[in-house]
Design a protein around this ligand. Structure first.
Ligand code: OAD
Length: 238
């Protein structure tokens, strides 16, 4: 165990108010690509830039092309939680961790057993009709191909936050609440470039800010402990 991981272990062992805030890097070891790494979603060539396809105006204008991308790139294909998801669920069960705040839409924290998960960007495991608002089974967007339609004829959409859409105000307020009250804040697997989520780091006023990320982030200078390793491999040692 490296000295940094030992320091992280001490922080974890000594706290019962840990909050975790993560992103796509938490799920890469489960086989789901992140967005901005060299092998991430945004580095792959597609007919339109992914940020455009994942925007509300594009979804409304061109649901066929949106769903071509969705079925090709966003399907979860049986991904399973990795050591990072599992360790966070374990800490929650032990009463040490208060909340997982995630930008991920893959449901893997809940699959690992975490209960208090704040999904800032929604979930691919929920769907609803973009026209009448009726909730629809997740299978409608995660299986088959083509554009899924509601009984009213409207297009069914995933319950995720598309670009140009606001985050759920209640989820954001709860995230801020937990981060403000946190003793240890661990931020992992996120490039911290997408706002408003990335701005949550400013709500933490403690002195036990830990960053676990494969590469550098703009927040490295603010952190009390920085670990540049794979999060699943790090958490497996804790
Ligand atoms: P990014 O792809 O921007 O960043 C993922 C980060 O995780 C990168 O800094 C990687 O170096 C790091 N990483 C990858 N694998 C890792 C591993 N095994 N262990 C540790 N670190 C690892 O993903 P996010 O920051 O989550 O939004 O992106 C934020 C938002 O941008 C997403 O929620 C999505 C996207 O557009 C929406 O769709 C609204």
């Amino acid at each position: 165990m490296t000295e940094e991981i030992q320091k992280l272990k001490q922080l974890i062992d000594g706290s019962d108010n840990i909050v975790f805030f993560g992103g796509a890097g938490v799920s890469t070891e489960s086989g789901i690509p992140d967005f901005r790494s060299v092998d991430g979603l945004y580095s792959q060539t597609y007919k339109y830039p992914p940020e455009e396809i994942l925007s509300r105006s594009f979804f409304d204008r061109n649901p066929e092309e949106y769903y071509r991308f969705h079925h090709d790139k966003l399907r979860l294909r049986g991904a399973q939680p990795n050591a990072a998801h599992k360790k966070l669920a374990e800490w929650e069960q032990q009463g040490k961790l208060k909340a997982v705040i995630t930008q991920n839409i893959d449901g893997l924290h809940q699959a690992a057993g975490s209960r208090n998960v704040l999904e800032l960007h929604g979930s691919l495991l929920r769907a609803y009709c973009a026209r009448c608002g009726k909730p629809c089974p997740a299978d409608t967007i995660n299986e088959g191909d083509g554009v899924p339609r509601c009984t009213c004829g409207g297009v069914i959409r995933p319950d995720i936050v598309l670009y140009e859409e606001p985050l759920d105000a209640d989820v954001m307020a709860r995230a801020i609440h937990y981060i403000r009250a946190a003793d240890v804040l661990i931020i992992g697997g996120t490039s911290l470039v997408v706002y408003p989520a990335a701005g949550l780091i400013r709500d933490y006023h403690g002195h036990k800010l830990v960053l676990v990320n494969k590469g550098e982030t703009s927040a490295d200078g603010y952190a009390d402990l920085v670990i540049h390793e794979k999060i699943g491999e790090v958490f497996a040692q804790l």
